[in-house]
Design a binder for this molecule. Structure first.
Ligand SMILES: Nc1ncnc2c1ncn2[C@@H]1O[C@H](COP(=O)(O)OP(=O)(O)O)[C@@H](O)[C@H]1O
Ligand SMILES: [Mg+2]
Length: 242
């Protein structure tokens, strides 16, 4: 049976730098020939992208917290079934920009929905898929929001108090699950944060015996061309000595 893949999630408040780091890790793995897939939440399938548009639209400022929870979970259920589970079955590394920890931090700590209900429905929506490794990029809200340059979406437009509770929610998760969840300091420069994330990720993948693909750079079209040239040269030289 082929090896099960791994799910690596990036979490944190808006503007903390999680998309930057998730993308850097994806680019690094891609460059080094790992079988890696990048996704972001909510989104990643046709249905999930349609739900994303509803969730982030400022015209829906008055959406109820329960409706918001269920929409996030519906988007995740689709993504899990259509993209994540098949990729994990193929032994791939899946990097996701947000996953179920966001639901706990935003809908429980932020929106104050009952933890028991959110925890239960959260794991139901994810079909019990859990990230194997999670990075929380932590940053104080004022600084994080000062980095947001584009017009704020519906979630980003929530009050500063709300976002402070969300930040505390993420830190609570990290405290409860220190083996899975690593907190990195979002104040540092992107490269410095990335070096920490890379070291932890590489150690984790080594433990899981997941490495670059066997289909090495060798078997690429360029190298076939080089090999063909070399053989032609050898044949020519051989013919000259006949
Ligand atoms: N470590 C960092 N230091 C300073 N600016 C950063 C850092 N990481 C990201 N940024 C910048 O801050 C903004 C928000 O980063 P982004 O990765 O999109 O955050 P998030 O995905 O958490 O909302 C972007 O303009 C990005 O270039
Ligand atoms: Mg982002």
């Amino acid at each position: 049976m082929s090896k099960q893949g791994v799910l690596i999630s990036f979490e944190g408040v808006d503007g903390s730098g999680k998309s930057t780091q998730a993308r850097m890790l994806y680019d690094y793995f891609k460059k080094h020939n790992y079988d890696v897939l990048f996704i972001r939440e909510p989104g990643g399938t046709q249905v999930s992208e349609a739900i994303r548009a509803i969730l982030l639209d400022n015209a829906h400022a008055k959406m109820s917290a329960r409706a918001e929870l269920l929409l996030f979970l519906a988007a995740r259920a689709e993504l899990v079934d259509e993209v994540i589970v098949p990729a994990l079955k193929q032994g791939r590394i899946v990097i996701t920009d947000r996953f179920s920890d966001s639901t706990l931090a935003y809908q429980v700590d932020g929106r104050k929905l009952p933890r028991r209900v959110v925890t239960e429905t959260n794991s139901f929506a994810a079909a019990r898929v859990k990230p194997n490794l999670t990075f929380i990029v932590d940053l104080e809200i004022a600084k994080a929001h000062s980095r947001l340059t584009e017009k704020k979406d519906r979630m980003e437009s929530s009050t500063r108090e709300f976002h402070k509770r969300v930040r505390r929610g993420f830190l609570k998760i990290a405290k409860a699950e220190p083996r899975r969840v690593k907190v990195v300091d979002g104040k540092k420069a992107p490269d410095a944060i990335f070096q920490e994330i890379l070291a932890v990720s590489q150690a984790f993948l080594t433990r899981r015996k997941l490495g670059p693909q066997k289909r090495s750079k060798w078997i690429c079209r360029d190298n076939f061309a080089l090999l063909a040239d070399a053989l032609t040269g050898v044949r020519r030289r051989f013919a000259m000595h006949q």
